[in-house]
Design a protein around this ligand. Structure first.
Ligand code: ATP
Ligand code: MG
Length: 399
């Protein structure tokens, strides 16, 4: 009897030459963590793929989407695993093609990973093709651009047969690129920016600035919901929460109102850089998009950026809002981000914020309050929430 398995394909990491084994191990660790809620029995390498097997029926079908969303997965296929008995794998091919739903044309694409099987891939194509033609007499075999391909992969003592195969999110396995601090609001943009860095192999460590105690803590719960929505495919180990309301009040009393937002942001960046040193993170990520709101002009970005020396990544800088919204819907954070919550951004907002800040004025405002004491106080009183992920491949922190 054929069992159901998932075959994971990973083109990009396949290209990484000497690093290949390391990347494969990280991806396998991450799949193990992402699939913790499923009854996985093994995750092993076979012939250029990662094979995930399950110990209960229906689990491969259920786990399919989670695997497809895991960074580093270029493609995932829902396969039947059989032995080398032609009756078994031909029967599996019929079942695989039946799952393909509405289609007109198909072809068989067979491959042997070693030559100890007496049939060549051409023989296999013919053998399985004949059985499928008999089972689906009204369908047509088409060599070029068929609606469905039935793949038959012969590996050592086993045969894997699949027709259902979908693109994964691609990118690189999380943990292959080190840690980044991500400034995570409960808005639409920063969850998308966070996801993008995770997809490139980084482990995001989010920092959320809350308006507490001057506002309620709603935004903190939304940020936690966002982290849950990104999981289990994208995993986050720790969320830092900075109660920022009282400091914002202090800034709003001390500085010219049009420069308040820039002062808030400078403090946020500086605190995040210090947390980066604790975490061993090598960059800061934000969800800024050029010109999207008044604070995101080149002048204002420069006026904020100068307080830190770590690189600041803004993966959405050239994206339109509609593109960002489409991605937010796709990764499951949009509905959370559109809920209303007061956070530090809505607190003590000036009527007319400066849109083209002059550095002299910014430096003067910066010296109107004890910014160093404020930054250190916020670092000393930062709160955090840990998300246990026992098997997850996370770089070591220095704490
Ligand atoms: P977002 O949709 O991510 O909230 P936005 O369009 O509201 O972005 P801004 O409010 O100008 O834009 O924020 C720009 C960036 O600053 C955000 O993308 C995020 O990275 C960071 N940021 C803003 N508010 C907070 C916050 N309360 N906590 C942490 N980071 C924040
Ligand atoms: Mg926002």
């Amino acid at each position: 009897m054929a069992s159901r398995v998932c075959l994971v394909h990973y083109h990009e990491i396949g290209l990484k030459g000497k690093n290949r084994a390391r990347f494969e191990h990280i991806l396998m660790d991450n799949l193990k963590a992402a699939l913790a809620a499923f009854s996985v029995s093994t995750i092993v390498r076979i012939s250029g793929h990662i094979l995930v097997t399950f110990s209960a029926p229906g689990e491969a079908e259920r786990a399919f989407d989670t695997i497809a969303r895991t960074p580093g997965v270029a493609r995932v296929s829902l396969a039947f695993h059989t032995n080398r008995d032609p009756h078994e794998y031909c029967e599996a091919a019929v079942r695989a093609l039946r799952e393909a739903g509405d289609f007109y044309s198909f072809k068989v694409a067979a491959r042997r990973s070693n030559t100890d099987y007496e049939l060549t891939s051409i023989d296999l194509n013919r053998q399985v093709g004949e059985v499928l033609c008999e089972a689906f007499p009204d369908k047509k075999v088409l060599m070029h651009d068929p609606d469905v391909q039935v793949h038959v992969l012969v590996v050592q003592g086993s045969v894997y047969v699949y027709a259902r195969s979908e693109r994964g999110v691609g990118g690189l396995p999380q943990g292959s690129a080190g840690k980044v601090m991500t400034l995570l609001s409960s808005g639409i943009d920063s969850p998308v920016a966070t996801w993008m860095l995770a997809r490139r192999g980084a482990v995001p460590v989010p920092v959320h600035f809350s308006g507490r105690p001057q506002t309620a803590d709603t935004s903190e719960f939304l940020v936690q919901d966002i982290i849950s929505a990104l999981a289990p495919s994208v995993q986050i180990g720790r969320l830092y929460v900075v109660p920022f309301g009282d400091c914002q009040r202090e800034i709003s009393l001390a500085c010219p109102s049009d420069l308040r937002v820039i002062m808030y942001r400078r403090v946020m960046y500086a605190v995040t850089e210090r947390l980066a040193a604790i975490e061993g993170a090598k960059a800061i990520v934000t969800g800024e998009s050029l010109g999207q709101v008044a604070s995101q002009t080149l002048e204002n970005i420069m006026a904020v950026n100068e307080v830190v020396s770590l690189p600041v990544f803004r993966p959405l800088i050239g994206s339109d809002k509609q593109e960002i919204i489409a991605r937010a819907k796709d990764i499951g954070t949009y509905d959370i981000s559109t809920q209303d919550a007061p956070d530090c951004c809505t607190l003590f907002m000036p009527r007319r914020p400066e849109t083209h800040a002059k550095l002299d004025a910014v430096h003067a405002a910066w010296d109107m309050f004890d910014h160093e004491a404020m930054i250190q106080h916020l670092v000393d009183t930062v709160e955090h929430i840990d998300y246990p992920a026992p098997c997850y491949h996370a770089p070591r922190s220095r704490k």
